[in-house]
Design a protein around this ligand. Sequence first.
Ligand code: B12
Length: 471
Amino acid sequence: MKILLVYPTIGLGPSYSCGVGSVAGVLKEAGHEVRYRHLSSLEEIEPFCREVENDPPGLIGFSATSCQFEHLKQIIPRLRSATKAMIVCGGIHPTVEPEGLVDIPTLDGIVRGEGEYPMLDLANALQERRDFSRIPNLWVRHEGAVVRNELRPLIADLDVLPFPEHDQAETQRAIDEQAGMHRMIFSRGCRFRCPYCSNQVLSQVYRGKGKYHRLRSPAKAIAEIERDAARLKFKFLFFDDDTITMDVEWFEEFFTLYQARFSWPFYCNLRPGTLTPPMAKRLKAAGAKGVALGIEHGDEKFRKTVLGRGHSNEDIRRTVDLCKSEGIEEVYGQVMIGLPHETVELHLETVRLCRSLRIIPFRYVYQPYPGTSLARICAENKWIPEKAIYVERREAVIDYPQFSRKQIQACFDVFSVLVRLKFLPLRVPFLSAGRLLQTYRFLTAWMVPLAQDVCHAIPLFRRWVIYRPQA
Ligand code: B12
């Protein structure tokens, strides 16, 4: 059967998803014809609908994060008028918020959780004109009602899955636009239950359905890199696994094999306090160019009580120093701004901590992801995003009584400048911290383009002085 898989990243640029790739891999292996479509802007919707009209598939599957699901509320009704094919949606949002199905009456069903085998069962049932209303993981509209089927157990052995299949041209375009970076992931789930991360909800959704954190074997992961290297051109890799240091045996085996076979530099995620000196040595020897370290917040007490992260600032410092001493050059310190119960003063602790570390600061605006305990706290207090569609993780949308939306945006906008320019005071007499940050924001809004113009003008002026026509 002809199946169309759609990966929307509206407003976020080109990308590809290992999850969609994995669904495609299983469908293709079973003999189905799979096409992909990546949608990165709303302008692509009309041409996309015409393509579907001209070459109709039998089944269409969208993937959706929570923000992208808001866009689907516009896209799917438009698509419905172009095709009679069954339209379903899978991915993180339908998994954690399945009742969202009722928000899009033209959506036929959702696929909760791991989508490979539910989608295969659906495709086979449609092809053979069998009843599809009882497929585990599927919620479907059937005879005027919604049938909510149970989840099947998690896939225990990830090695049984074929490698993810992507649209090669689209994937190459995304790699090229990200300076040659190819993103891969070899695990599912996480051992931690941070109250702001969707892993907390996913692990609850899957309670009793098998081990939540699983890894592909190191040999299979290496084979996947080899397969991709034969198809794609990339300059370096990013391992997207939430915490690659979690399974020490896996870590050792994988990076030993990697070091023996490949010379691509790579980046990976790191949780403070989980990297030991021998692991840091191994990472560097295997080619680690950088790590993304989850600092999250600079105030220890806040980090522990609100974010459930028990590590101290000293743990963070030790991890950074360990990376640096082994020669892992780039340590990206990731922090969140605009958390429930946070204030400008508390945020300044994040600035202070980052100033004291040898890191490249990387900041996000906190977004309450459905089902997480922090999102529940936000909902209980009516701290709700002021609009449904926004630039995720960059645009402040919650107006807390103790930390206004404008202040959060100011903190986000000036964060990197403030961490780098250590001489800028974080406290000025007779000026509140909030006002001070808004003043910095106002100044950087003018100064940065002005400085850029000046930098651009100086060489032009020098050239004019040297080569100006002699009178
Ligand atoms: C890796 C990753 C990325 C990578 C993806 C790289 C790649 N090559 O795949 C990158 C860095 C690009 C990325 C980007 C973003 N990410 Co991200 N990402 C993840 C992470 C850590 C793992 C996802 C993953 O690959 N898992 C392994 C695969 C196999 O599982 P999967 O993707 O869930 O797919 C399975 C099912 O969901 C389902 N499924 C998925 N799609 C479909 C489609 C159909 C038709 C079907 C039937 C089934 C199905 O079947 C798949 C196979 O079993 C998750 C955390 C997590 N634990 O999920 C966050 C996560 C998904 N990301 C998140 C976010 C917010 C983002 C960004 C918006 C961040 C940003 N502003 O840049 C973007 C936007 C992406 C988008 N489409 O909108 C959030 C989503 C929260 C939410 N409720 O919406 C998560 C959950 C992290 C969190 N904070 O909690 N991300």
